[in-house]
Design a protein around this ligand. Structure first.
Ligand code: GTP
Length: 594
């Protein structure tokens, strides 16, 4: 690419609430700048992971270089795509640290939503130039005047500064590119020694660790000997380059640029996301500010359905962790066998990790009932409990993590939202009108209540019109108890949950009813019980069933027999033998859906 001048470089990201059209807008920009050859064109080209394309969501931030040609010359635009879901906010904050500007995309039919605000605040903290963009103006249900008013109110800008576009038809997208050039400041560099911020990395089976980096000062070239300032590891750069959008090797990454660096590393610890890379010859004195460590909020046990895949699971987790620093895991041994206690940023993150482990690494896994992390005072010491089965029988105090939730909804749904927050043990902190029609509610709630079905319930009670986001607060003491589940009289630790005492009976009852539906019939009767301490609070029975389906086909029809056995095998997938009973994956997630 011909642009060499830092004054002609612009680094920007797109921030938005989920589904407001970031990826579609990125596609249109790629079209307009002819970064992608016609034959390679595919919808949502930046969502490279198969899983992302299937789910239609962006999981990992991506960086792509665009060449914008205008009458006044060529401009190099580095676009960093970010995910919008609440579980992945930390990815957004990383992308933001590598940019000078942000497009704030708002769906004109929906207006400002909870993650619009959360992401905007992150961008403002980093002093990014914010360019407001109203998207989807082609939709018949778009209410452009109302959404414009909300943005004017929120940002204190003139109406004329708000770009009105359709990422679908392409209307207004050229103006977005021009506004980036005109409004976003060029990268500032100090002329000091080389410093590059690693804002993302992933593992490529052929090339080892690939790191995405933003050059703040100096240059990085192929063949340079460099050093990670955090880990103090030294290595040689085998390749540097950029995505346009295919990986393209370059001789040098210049000050202000965004691109990738490859050092042939196999060890993820050597170059972590958030670390600063400098040159060994003439190194920088101070590293760039890194990122606050992200802490997992939801934990579960991950077990291979077949016992001997433990080591493969360990290897797969360590590879995924490279790509995803927020993933936590440590070995765990229970009646489920050998597995890993794993920590995630939320339930969606947990589901995605499980799916990636199965698809990309060919593993077959069972996840135990998810839980948050509790603090427990017992025998004069404080312990952390992420596995409900580790909760001691006697303790002095248990504290649960709290969050401050922000919910935005149309005013006619305020009553329904307040009712739901109350059921979830929330305390109201405030209420504010964003516009005459829409309200922002703030509640303090236990995280444990939010991670269950809160989001689904919020959507269904507001006909899909509410959005929410949350920030973590500290811990608060509460009257919590462990509800244990016994299958055939044996406790199944992986099904235990920790709940408020007032809800224990109701949740235990609902849980065994659900398990009765989910646990397949066996050759024998299977009692399913819920207990608090030694007291049984609910019981159901899974009735016996003749399991051997081939008993039905007497005579020698071998092909029919094979087919039936095949079916039986399929039905067996994602089951875990616990004691004498096989329990399916859905059973472990049942506690979330009641
Ligand atoms: P995440 O990456 O999951 O956060 O979503 P996103 O913000 O990238 O949204 P995406 O680009 O995937 O768009 C969401 C949906 O809106 C898709 O079905 C798009 O086709 C649609 N969409 C995006 N822009 C427009 C637009 O301008 N008009 C219309 N009618 N639909 C649009």
């Amino acid at each position: 690419m011909a642009v060499k001048n830092i004054e002609r470089t612009r680094n920007f990201c797109i921030i938005a609430h989920i589904d407001h059209g970031k990826s579609t807008l990125a596609d249109r920009m790629l079209d307009l700048t002819e970064a992608v050859a016609e034959r390679d064109r595919m919808d949502q080209i930046l969502d490279t992971m198969e899983l992302e394309r299937e789910r239609g969501i962006t999981i990992k931030a991506q960086a792509v270089r665009l060449l914008h040609k205008r009458e006044d010359g060529d401009w190099m635009l580095n676009l960093i795509d970010t995910p919008g879901h609440v579980d992945f906010t930390y990815e957004v904050s990383r992308a933001i640290a590598a940019c000078e500007g942000a497009l704030l995309v708002v769906d004109a039919s929906q207006g400002i939503q909870a993650q619009t605000l959360a992401n905007l605040y992150l961008a403002m903290e980093q002093d990014l130039e914010i360019i407001p963009v109203l998207n989807k103006i082609d939709l018949p249900v778009a209410d452009v005047p109302a959404a414009t008013e909300e943005l004017v109110e929120l940002l204190g800008v003139d109406e004329g500064e708000i770009l009105k576009i359709s990422a679908k038809t392409g209307e207004g997208v050229l103006e977005v590119l021009n506004t980036i050039v005109d409004k976003v400041p060029p990268p500032a560099t100090s002329g000091e020694q080389t410093r590059a911020l690693v804002f993302d990395s992933y593992y490529d089976p052929y090339r080892g660790v690939v790191s995405l980096a933003r050059l703040f000062d100096g240059e990085l070239s192929k063949g340079d000997t460099v050093q990670a300032m955090g880990s103090e590891e030294e290595f040689e750069l085998l390749e540097v380059g950029c995505y346009s959008p295919k990986p393209t090797a370059l001789p040098t990454l210049r000050p202000g640029e965004v691109g990738y660096i490859i050092a042939g590393l196999k060890d993820i610890e050597a170059l972590r996301v958030g670390d600063t890379v400098t040159r060994t010859k003439d190194p920088a004195q101070e590293p760039l500010p890194g990122y606050a460590e992200v802490l997992p909020t939801v934990f579960c046990g991950l077990y291979p359905t077949v016992g001997d895949e433990f080591e493969r699971l360990r290897d797969a987790l360590s590879k995924l962790q490279l790509n995803d620093a927020s993933l936590f895991y440590e070995p765990e041994n229970s009646r489920m066998g050998f597995g890993f206690r794993s920590g995630f940023l939320g339930l969606l993150h947990m589901e995605i990790v499980q799916e990636r482990l199965e698809r990309e690494f060919g593993l077959d896994l069972i996840a135990s009932s998810p839980s948050v992390k509790y603090e427990v005072e017992t025998n004069g010491e404080t312990i952390e409990v992420t596995n409900p089965s580790d909760l001691p029988e006697d303790f002095d105090e248990i504290r649960e993590p709290m969050v401050r939730a922000t919910i935005i909804c149309p005013k006619e749904h305020v009553g329904a939202v307040m009712g739901l927050c109350h059921e979830k043990r929330g305390t109201s902190v405030g209420m504010e009108y964003l516009s005459p029609k829409r309200v922002q509610l703030t509640y303090d709630m236990p995280l444990g209540e939010v991670i269950t079905d809160f989001f689904d319930a919020l959507k269904s009670r507001t006909k899909g019109y509410a959005s929410y986001d949350y920030d973590r607060l500290g811990y608060e003491a509460a009257d919590l108890v462990k509800v244990e589940v016994l299958v055939s009289g044996d406790p199944v630790e992986a099904l235990s949950i920790i709940v408020h005492r007032d809800k224990a009976y109701h949740r235990g009852r609902a849980l065994v009813e659900k398990l009765k539906e989910l646990i397949p019939r066996q050759n024998f009767e299977v009692p399913v019980q819920a207990a608090v301490g030694r007291r049984i609070i609910a019981r159901e029975t899974v009735r016996a069933y003749r399991k051997d389906v081939t008993a039905k086909c007497y005579g020698g029809d071998i092909s029919r027999k094979k087919k039936l056995l095949e079916q039986q095998k399929k039905g067996k997938r994602r089951m875990k033998q616990v004691g004498s009973v096989e329990i399916p994956q859905e059973a472990f997630l049942a506690a979330l859906r009641i």
